[in-house]
Ligand binder design. Structure first.
Ligand code: NAP
Length: 291
């Protein structure tokens, strides 16, 4: 590695190691529990990005030995039909985790659907009971993307305690739960959003800077403190000058790599960890259902 460049945090490799560990765990538990773990991913409509995410999740499940009970509904599916499906999955003893792939078509109320999932099967950690437990610092199913970020920091022995962390983005999916997890790990946390003034001043104060916004190149090199740890949660599809489409994060990768000490690539960083944490949550629910 060139020492003037940030070290890359390899989420893909860590996710693969986690999946291998989960696969071994499932293999060991299978005979005593009498069934494999089960995950139901519910998708509505034909959003191509969502379809790709769902395929990824189901492929990863198969590798670990988790049975998929996923269902793909047409765009015009009613709220009632989805609620009934979730209720049936809540009762189904073969199913340990339920996930509603977001975003949903506009006529559906996603928050109300997420509330229908039994908290013990809430593989995405987005049910108010699990978010409430996170606020209280209690054991719970944790939201996958923020949990993946924390696991990646731990893996690379990046000390969070007492550090200044700045999270850009305040969504219930990423920014808010991640802020709570960093706080739990004793960081001093600032959360910034679209109305924050002087964003660059805030980000430059960060020992650990996390971008979870959804805007390519929002975080430029001049916004990063030298030797900071930079975690890029963003996933944006852009088309380059040659008309070729590719995925980028929220961080202006090459220039920021010259300034930061650690940096996550996109793809191959946080995204891979999100899937690993989903499998982790499913296996956790499976072991809890049998304990
Ligand atoms: P979201 O719900 O749209 O939230 C975006 C957040 O960014 C909001 O809090 C918004 O502020 C803030 N924001 C928007 N423009 C800003 C600006 N110019 N300066 C500062 N803050 C700004 O998005 P999300 O669901 O959290 O996702 C964020 C990104 O992460 C997306 O690219 C998404 O694809 C990606 N993502 C990745 C993974 C993964 O596995 N790697 C998982 C989930 C999401 P306001 O609250 O003021 O509107």
């Amino acid at each position: 590695m060139d020492s003037s460049h940030a070290h890359l945090l390899d989420g893909k490799a860590l996710a693969q190691r986690i999946q291998t560990q989960l696969q071994e765990q499932v293999e060991q538990l299978l005979s005593s529990y009498g069934r494999p773990p089960g995950l139901a991913v519910l998708m509505v409509g034909d959003n191509p990005a969502s379809a790709a995410y769902v395929r990824n999740k189901e492929r990863a499940c198969a590798k670990v030995g988790i049975t998929s009970f996923g269902r793909h509904f047409p765009t015009n599916t009613s709220q009632v039909e989805l609620e009934e499906t979730i209720q049936a999955l809540n009762q189904d003893e073969r199913v340990d985790g339920i996930l509603v792939q977001l975003p949903l078509p506009d006529h559906l109320d996603s928050v109300s659907l997420l509330h229908q999932i039994h908290p013990d099967k809430d593989a995405d950690g987005l049910h108010p009971v699990n978010l409430g437990r996170l606020v209280r610092g209690e054991t719970a199913l944790r939201s996958c993307t923020p949990a993946g970020v924390m696991r990646l920091l731990r893996e690379y022995q990046i000390d969070v305690k007492g550090k200044q962390a700045v999270v850009v983005g305040r969504s219930i999916l990423v920014g808010k739960p991640l802020t709570l997890m960093l706080l739990e790990a004793d960081a001093t946390v600032t959360i910034a959003h679209s109305r924050s003034q002087n964003l660059a001043d805030l980000t430059r104060s960060a020992d650990i800077l996390i971008a979870a916004v959804g805007r390519p190149q929002l975080i430029t090199a001049d916004m990063v403190k030298p030797k900071a740890v930079v975690i890029d949660v963003g996933i944006n599809r852009v088309t380059d000058d040659m008309g070729k489409s590719r995925l980028v994060g929220d961080v202006d990768f090459d220039p920021v790599r010259e300034v930061a000490q650690f940096l996550t690539p996109v793809p191959g960083g946080v995204g891979a960890m999100t899937v690993a944490m989903l499998l982790h949550n499913t296996v956790l629910s499976y072991t809890r259902a049998h304990s």
